[in-house]
Ligand binder design. Structure first.
Ligand SMILES: C[S@@+](CC[C@H](N)C(=O)[O-])C[C@H]1O[C@@H](n2cnc3c(N)ncnc32)[C@H](O)[C@@H]1O
Length: 393
C-alpha cells in the first residue's frame, strides 16, 4: 500500500477518522470469490448497457475504485473483469486494511493496487476506462471538485459509475441525523449507542421509528452501517435538478441510470397519465418519477466525458458481422432457467440456449459464421434482455 499525500478537501480529516472508527461497509469477510455479481462492476456489461455494444477489442480495462471503503466493490471489480488492473483508493487507512484482507481472502489480491489517498489528489494515476465511485462524493465538502477530479482521470469514452444520495427518500434519516446532532451524541461509540437507543425508545407508532424498522433496520444491523447512516459528520444529498447541475458543471455527459427500471413511469402510471408522462422530455419524465416515488433514496448512474454512440443492431449486415458474448453476469449458466443480470428469473427456450452455446463455442467467429439469418430476431431478443452482448465486427 503506498502512503497518502496531503488531504485536499477540508472534510477529509474528519471523514477519514470517522471511517477509521467505522470501516464501511460492514460486510463480513469470507474466503473465495464474492457471491453472485453486480453487472455495474463488470466493464463489458456496463459498456453494453450504456452503448448497446461491447468495448472494441483491446487491452483489458484499467479500473479505479475511488473511495473503495472495505473493498466489497473492489472485490467484484477484480473478479468480474479478469485481466483488468484495478486501483483502489480511500482516505481511511482503517477501511483499506479491511479491504486488503478481503482481497487476500478472496484470491483477488494480485490484480489490485491499494493506495491511501484522496480522489482529489490523483496526480500520476490513470487514465481509467472504468471508474466506480459509490457513496463517496456526497461525503466531500466540495463534491463538485471531486467529480471534476474523477473526470480528469477518465479515459476518453470511459465510464464513470456514481451513486449519490437522493433527498426525497432520506427525509427520516435527515431528521434522525439532526436529532442526534442536537442531542450532542457525537460521531463515535457513544453516538452509536445513543442512536440505537433513540430508535428503540421513540414511541412505537412514531413515523421515524416505524420507517427505520420497515426500511432501514436490516441495512443498519452492522454498527458501521448504522453509523454511516445516522452519525455521518459530512453529507450532502441531491434532487434531480441539483444532480444535473453537478454533472453539467463537471462537463460530463449523463449516459443513463444504472437502475433504469426505477425510472420507468410505467411502474407508477397507466393509461392517459402514462401517455402524458412518456411524452415528456427525459429529464422531466425522471423528475416526475422522482416526485411520485418518495422511496427513491439514491441516484446511481453512468457518466462519460462525451456522448457515446449507441448501436441498435437494426441493420442485418452489422449484426451478422458482430461477435456474440454471453453476459458473464447470469446465474445458472449453462441452463434454461437463469437469473438475468438484475437477478430476475429468465427462461430460455431450447433454441436460445443452443444459439448461445454455439456462439460460446466459436467466440472469434462473426455471427454470420455461427447462425442462420432466420436466427436474427432471436439474437436481437437475447441482446435486448442483456443475455447476449455484442461486439461490432
Ligand atoms: C460510504 S463509504 C463507501 C465505500 C464503498 N464505495 C462502498 O460503497 O462500499 C465512503 C468511503 O469514501 C471514502 N472517502 C471519502 N472521501 C474520500 C476522498 N476524498 N477520497 C477517497 N476516498 C474518500 C471514505 O473513507 C469511505 O471509505
Amino acid at each position: 500500500m503506498s502512503s497518502g499525500s496531503a488531504p485536499t478537501d477540508r472534510a477529509t480529516p474528519q471523514v477519514s477518522a470517522f471511517y477509521d472508527r467505522f470501516p464501511y461497509p460492514g460486510d463480513p469477510l469470507q474466503d473465495g470469490p464474492p457471491p453472485g455479481y453486480n453487472w455495474r462492476w463488470c466493464h463489458a456489461a456496463a459498456h453494453a448497457h450504456c452503448t448497446g455494444r461491447l468495448p472494441a477489442p483491446g487491452p483489458a480495462p484499467r479500473i479505479l475504485d475511488a473511495g473503495c471503503g472495505t473493498g466489497v466493490s473492489t472485490d467484484y471489480l477484480v473478479h468480474l473483469n479478469p485481466g483488468a488492473s484495478v486501483t483502489a483508493i480511500d482516505i481511511s487507512a482503517g477501511a483499506l486494511e479491511v479491504a486488503g484482507e478481503r482481497l487476500r481472502r478472496s484470491g483477488g489480491e494480485a490484480a489490485v493496487r491499494f493506495a491511501c489517498r484522496s480522489l482529489l489528489d490523483l496526480a500520476g494515476e490513470g487514465p481509467f476506462e472504468h471508474i466506480n465511485s459509490v457513496g463517496v462524493l456526497h461525503h466531500l465538502a466540495d463534491p463538485s471538485g471531486g467529480l471534476r477530479a474523477l473526470a480528469g482521470v477518465l479515459a476518453p469514452g470511459g465510464l464513470l459509475h456514481l451513486f449519490l444520495y437522493a433527498d426525497g427518500g432520506r427525509w427520516e434519516i435527515h431528521r434522525l441525523q439532526r436529532s442526534l446532532r442536537l442531542l450532542g451524541v457525537g460521531t463515535g461509540a457513544q453516538g452509536l449507542e445513543l442512536g440505537r437507543r433513540l430508535l428503540a425508545e421513540l414511541p412505537a407508532d412514531n413515523r421515524l421509528r416505524r420507517r427505520h424498522e420497515e426500511r432501514w433496520a436490516l441495512d443498519t444491523q452492522a454498527d458501521a452501517n448504522f453509523a454511516d447512516m445516522y452519525l455521518h459528520p459530512q453529507e450532502t444529498s441531491y434532487d434531480l435538478p441539483r444532480l444535473w447541475d453537478l454533472i453539467d458543471a463537471a462537463g460530463l455527459t449523463f449516459l443513463g441510470f444504472s437502475d433504469p427500471d426505477r425510472w420507468d413511469p410505467s411502474r407508477l402510471l397507466s393509461g392517459e397519465l402514462l401517455e402524458r408522462a412518456l411524452a415528456l422530455p427525459a429529464r422531466e419524465r425522471w423528475q416526475l418519477v422522482e416526485a411520485l416515488d418518495p422511496e427513491i433514496s439514491h441516484f446511481e448512474f453512468f457518466l462519460s466525458d462525451r456522448p457515446l454512440r449507441r448501436q441498435t443492431w437494426q441493420d442485418d449486415r452489422v449484426l451478422l458481422a458482430a461477435r456474440g458474448r454471453r453476459n458473464p453476469c447470469l446465474w445458472g449458466w449453462p441452463g434454461r432457467q437463469l437469473l438475468d443480470q438484475d437477478l430476475r428469473p429468465l427462461d430460455l427456450s431450447a433454441e436460445d440456449l443452443a444459439l448461445l452455446q454455439a456462439m460460446e463455442a466459436r467466440p472469434d467467429d462473426p455471427l454470420a459464421a455461427v447462425l442462420e439469418p432466420r436466427d436474427l430476431p432471436r439474437v436481437r431478443a437475447l441482446q435486448d434482455r442483456a443475455v447476449l452482448l455484442l461486439q461490432e465486427g
